[in-house]
Design a protein around this ligand. Structure first.
Ligand SMILES: NC(=O)c1ccc[n+]([C@@H]2O[C@H](COP(=O)([O-])OP(=O)(O)OC[C@H]3O[C@@H](n4cnc5c(N)ncnc54)[C@H](OP(=O)(O)O)[C@@H]3O)[C@@H](O)[C@H]2O)c1
Length: 247
């Protein structure tokens, strides 16, 4: 059976780059997201084969149904799941409604939890598997008016280590990548005209010892390393990939 990886939030930014990286390395990829057209565009760039799994992570029943289809198909050997989908909203604690907190925890934390729960029995049966969670440097050190987002990513980081402990006896590894500032549609500067965008990103460059913001491929390489056998003896690792911004 061909090896495969499932990547959430594969329709855009970091998730699209992760899917392409796994594909370059011979994995069939299951691309998860809501926007079918964008998922199709990413699928065209995945030369080792791809299947689109269109689903809203906040719809638990639909998510479980779609995961059941992937797991039940038994066409590929899913060796890795990358929980990458995420939402980012800025607000102060005083202004952030329950709804804002709920939305971010639903996608950033409960989504990965539901996916891991579905894959654990499958990984146990096949004798192992790998889970990579995409958190954020804000989950390690909060900054600015991003408290719900930062707290949801801190939860994801902490839970990755619980997962690593629970999965160890079954050869299920769980690791976490914490991106710094990466140029994707998550940021309002992403689609600015070049001159304006440079103005904004130039200010950010000075915050990072390595002198540039990240590109989706920077994160994709780290996610592939932690997701694949290249890191066979690593579990519970929390890897910042951030140009040194937190130093
Ligand atoms: N960019 C950064 O600077 C940065 C920094 C630190 C951490 N991160 C993390 O990196 C991950 C990827 O972010 P990105 O920068 O690549 O952002 P992005 O370009 O906005 O992509 C976000 C992805 O999440 C998916 N998504 C959002 N809500 C969803 C839902 N309800 N159901 C299913 N999928 C959903 C989107 O797919 P659809 O729209 O198709 O549903 C999209 O593919 C996120 O977890 C983010 O928190 C990013």
């Amino acid at each position: 059976m061909k090896k495969a990886a499932l990547i959430t939030g594969a329709s855009s930014g970091i998730g699209a780059a992760i899917a392409i990286e796994f594909s370059k390395n011979g994995y069939f990829v299951y691309l998860m997201g809501r926007n079918k057209e964008r998922l199709q565009n990413v699928a065209l760039k995945c030369r080792s084969g791809a299947s689109i799994v269109s689903c809203d992570l906040s719809d638990e029943a639909a998510l479980n149904k779609r995961l059941g289809e992937v797991i039940g198909a038994k066409i590929h050997r899913v060796e890795c799941v990358v929980n990458n989908a995420g939402v980012f909203e800025t607000h102060s604690t005083e202004e952030g409604s329950d709804e804002i907190w709920r939305r971010q925890f639903e996608i950033n934390m409960l989504g990965p939890l539901r996916i891991a729960r579905a894959f654990f029995p499958y990984f146990k049966e096949q004798g192992g598997g790998s889970i990579v969670n995409i958190a954020s440097t804000l989950g390690l050190r909060p900054e600015g008016p991003t408290s719900a987002y930062a707290a949801s990513k801190a939860a994801l980081i902490n839970w990755t280590q619980s997962l690593a402990q629970e999965g160890g006896p079954y050869k299920i590894r769980a690791n976490c990548v914490c991106p710094g500032i990466v140029d994707t549609p998550l940021h309002s500067f992403h689609d600015l005209p070049a001159e304006k965008k440079n103005e904004v990103t130039d200010k950010m460059k000075s915050l990072q010892p390595l002198g540039r913001i990240g590109q989706p491929e920077d994160i994709a390489k780290a996610a592939y390393f932690l997701g694949s056998d290249q890191s066979a003896w690593i579990t519970g690792a929390i890897l910042p990939v951030d140009g040194g911004i937190n130093l």
